[in-house]
Ligand binder design. Structure first.
Ligand SMILES: *[C@@H]1O[C@H](CO)[C@@H](O)[C@H](O)[C@H]1NC(C)=O
Ligand SMILES: *[C@@H]1O[C@H](CO)[C@@H](O)[C@H](O)[C@H]1NC(C)=O
Ligand SMILES: *[C@@H]1O[C@H](CO)[C@@H](O)[C@H](O)[C@H]1NC(C)=O
Ligand SMILES: *[C@@H]1O[C@H](CO)[C@@H](O)[C@H](O)[C@H]1NC(C)=O
Length: 439
């Protein structure tokens, strides 16, 4: 009797619960590009987001033909619902946040929105606008294999050509929300129809490499908001191991975040000759299964000035200061055991504080050809004010998970409290990072 009553009550409740039920939808651009596609179709941005019914799953596959890009604004109000996400053309999935109306930019050939919600009602609407890339607005950067070139956002589609492969490093910009930097796209090859490789948010947390010797960047009007360095490009072979003021490096094992026997990694970073830098590092993640060790050494003029060997019984401790030197080694050895690898973030600065000094130019441009030719001011060659302000530090008294705190099965691992969204990294991103390790 009680269960029948309960059943009836549930029925009544669901009959009264309003909110839309969505279906899987495939969308092509509107005939007239001045007209956006809204979901639901009667919704407009001056309204509250539309209520959806609980307990449903659906997706929207939205096509982006060659020569077009899509600007999407999500309007989500759900409190705790995390089952609404979008997928970039390279497979990277991003959870959509409540009240985050900074646009997303999606490129050829398509993106997807997934809604998979539980038993609570929420509100979700979105708007898609397809646009043509501006015609004939291109800028060309040629890398010589030695020098790097830093750039502010421009209104031009930028094609970078390297001798080997192009490596793109993102910078965080003080006082600019990270969500604004997602108005950017990095493409394989010289055209906007090339494989999408990520955006400047991805580049900020891990370098992006082209597969060929060409890579394209487009920043979708960011120049209206930002006039500071947002990325730097360099030849992949030239500079991976060379550090400079303000360089932020993420070192990971090859199969990072997966149970694997192939995690052994040795990386060495050096300053320019006769130059010393402060190496500040943070062990973000360390799996110390079995006899695994992580060695971190810093040298000055050939003499070790810092050495540490982290193991299951000697986990890394918060180490806030930079160490002045000219060479840093990171060496992770598992001695035949399987682990999920490690991640060490390194920031190198001239002054030792978290921000790069403003006087030291990174490099000089090598060959820069531009069309039209009036664009010279758009390329800058210093790291002025491009400090990676969010260098992760272990919070004082960051008690938590040192050593045995984070055990699962027989595997011991250490994770710092500032989680870097490891879970949000797609396989593709990991593949890119893995590739970085190989170069
Ligand atoms: C396209 O849509 C805009 C805005 O609704 C309208 O002003 C314009 O006349 C339309 N153009 C065509 C060719 O239908
Ligand atoms: C991309 O566009 C360029 C120039 O329009 C064209 O030459 C190339 O074949 C296209 N590539 C693909 C994969 O569609
Ligand atoms: C950007 O900054 C540079 C140098 O700081 C300056 O010369 C240039 O005029 C600025 N551009 C814009 C669009 O504000
Ligand atoms: C791997 O680690 C486990 C302990 O977690 C240990 O029992 C095992 O012997 C180790 N294997 C090797 C090859 O060292």
């Amino acid at each position: 009797m009680v269960s029948i009553l309960f059943f009836l009550a549930t029925l009544v409740a669901s009959a009264f619960a309003d909110g839309y039920t969505c279906a899987n939808i495939m969308r092509n651009p509107t005939q007239n590009l001045s007209e956006p596609y809204y979901y639901p179709e009667t919704w407009r941005e001056n309204m509250e987001p539309t209520k959806y019914a609980p307990n449903q799953i659906c997706n929207w596959q939205i096509n982006v033909p060659e020569g077009l890009y899509a600007t999407v604004i999500f309007y989500k109000k759900t409190d705790s619902e995390s089952g609404i996400k979008c997928t970039y053309p390279n497979g990277e999935q991003v959870y959509i946040e409540d009240n985050d109306q900074n646009p997303y930019k999606f490129t050829y050939p398509r993106f997807q929105i997934d809604l998979q919600v539980g038993d609570k009602q929420g509100e979700f609407s979105f708007k898609v606008v397809w646009s043509e890339y501006p015609d004939g607005r291109s800028m060309y950067i040629g890398l010589d294999g030695v020098h790097s070139i830093a750039s502010v956002p421009t209104s031009y589609y930028t094609t970078v050509t390297a001798v080997n492969q192009v490596m793109l490093v993102g910078f965080s910009v003080p006082d600019v929300p990270l969500a604004l930097l997602r108005q950017s796209a990095i493409y394989e090859g010289g055209y906007t129809n090339g494989t999408y490789l990520g955006n400047l948010v991805n580049a900020r947390s891990g370098q992006i490499y082209s597969t060929s010797n060409k890579l394209g960047v487009y920043t979708f009007g960011l120049e209206k908001f930002i006039n500071q360095t947002v990325f730097m490009v360099l030849d992949s072979r030239a500079k991976w191991n060379s550090v400079f003021d303000g360089r932020y490096i993420i070192v990971r094992s090859f199969d990072f975040n997966r149970q694997s026997y192939a995690q052994d990694t040795t990386e060495t970073f050096v300053t320019d000759p006769n130059n010393q830098m402060y190496f500040k590092f943070n062990v973000k993640y360390l799996d110390t299964n079995g006899p695994t060790t992580l060695d971190v050494n810093v040298y000055k003029n050939g003499v070790a000035v810092f050495t540490a060997t982290y193991t299951a019984t000697n986990p890394p401790l918060p180490f806030p200061n930079g160490i002045l030197g000219d060479k840093m080694e990171v060496n992770y050895q598992t001695y035949g055991n399987y682990t999920q690898g490690f991640q060490v973030d390194i920031l190198t600065t001239k002054n030792g504080d978290a921000s790069p000094s403003s006087q030291s130019p990174v490099s000089t441009p090598s060959t820069v050809t531009m069309s039209p030719s009036t664009l010279t001011t758009k390329i800058i060659t210093s790291t002025k004010s491009d400090s990676p302000t969010t260098f992760p530090t272990l919070a004082p008294g960051a008690s938590t998970t040192i050593g045995t705190g984070a055990t699962r099965g027989t595997t011991q691992r250490y994770e710092s409290t500032t989680k870097s969204g490891i879970n949000k990294f797609s396989l593709t991103t990991l593949a890119i990072v893995g590739f970085v390790m190989l170069v």
